[in-house]
Design a binder for this molecule. Structure first.
Ligand SMILES: Nc1ncnc2c1ncn2[C@@H]1O[C@H](COP(=O)(O)OP(=O)(O)O)[C@@H](O)[C@H]1O
Ligand SMILES: [Mg+2]
Length: 206
């Protein structure tokens, strides 16, 4: 893979969780070790493994929602693991994550359209008079309707809320989108320039 095309670089990522014991000394649990991979621009990259194998942990580390115990993460040449908070905030516009339960992160007291619009306003991505049209476009892109923009989160099913989570992640126009356990049809449909999908092989998890 030519260096120019690499968007994400993960090198020997390791995450150790401390496990507190009720009595006596706690133990350590190695959730991820030796994770090394590249994601190219425009590539859809899959992380596949049994439940509990560390996929979500890797995803959270890539976006630095949690700190790796050791290892290197590069995003477009930036060392994510050492980036100061302010620079990291700017980078967040370029890298987004959709959790399995992203929909539950919506504020129950605000209309969903306003919440999907939030990243556009936050990052100044869209002229104010075009925000509404862009929200409608995103809702329709994820299979929802324009009139649903004015509804509240409780008026949607779990699956629809997950779509809302995808719409909101796409609103920030990320170059990299990480989908944690996405419903299968979505892995292709909501592609930004690069994406990573974490899928459990439930059958083999037995
Ligand atoms: N915050 C945490 N503290 C301690 N252990 C954790 C924590 N988060 C995840 N784990 C453990 O790390 C392992 C990997 O979890 P996870 O990354 O969620 O796996 P996956 O997404 O592949 O199902 C699991 O055994 C899980 O119990
Ligand atoms: Mg997971």
């Amino acid at each position: 893979m030519s260096g120019r095309n690499v968007l994400i670089q993960a090198r020997d990522l390791r995450k150790v969780y401390a496990q507190p014991a009720l009595l006596g000394k706690g133990t350590e649990f190695v959730a991820v070790q030796g994770a090394t991979f590249d994601v190219a621009r425009g590539e859809t990259f899959g992380l596949i493994g049994e439940s509990g194998s560390g996929k979500t942990t890797i995803g959270r580390m890539l976006l630095r929602l949690i700190e790796p115990t050791s290892g290197y993460i590069g995003f477009d040449g930036y060392d994510v693991t050492r980036l100061p908070k302010k620079a990291m905030r700017r980078l967040r516009q370029r890298m987004q994550i959709v959790f399995q339960d992203s929909g539950s992160a919506f504020n129950p007291r605000r209309a969903v359209g306003e919440q999907v619009a939030f990243p556009m306003r936050q990052f100044g991505l869209c002229p104010p008079n075009e925000v509404r049209d862009r929200v409608v476009e995103l809702l329709e892109h994820v299979g929802l309707r324009a009139d649903q923009a004015d509804r509240y989160p409780h008026e949607f099913s779990g699956g629809q809320r997950q779509r809302l989570g995808i719409a909101r992640a796409l609103a920030s126009e990320p170059e990299f989108l990480l989908l944690d356990e996405p419903p299968r049809p979505w892995t292709c449909r909501c592609r930004p320039r690069s994406s990573t999908c974490c899928n459990s092989c439930r059958r083999s998890a037995g």
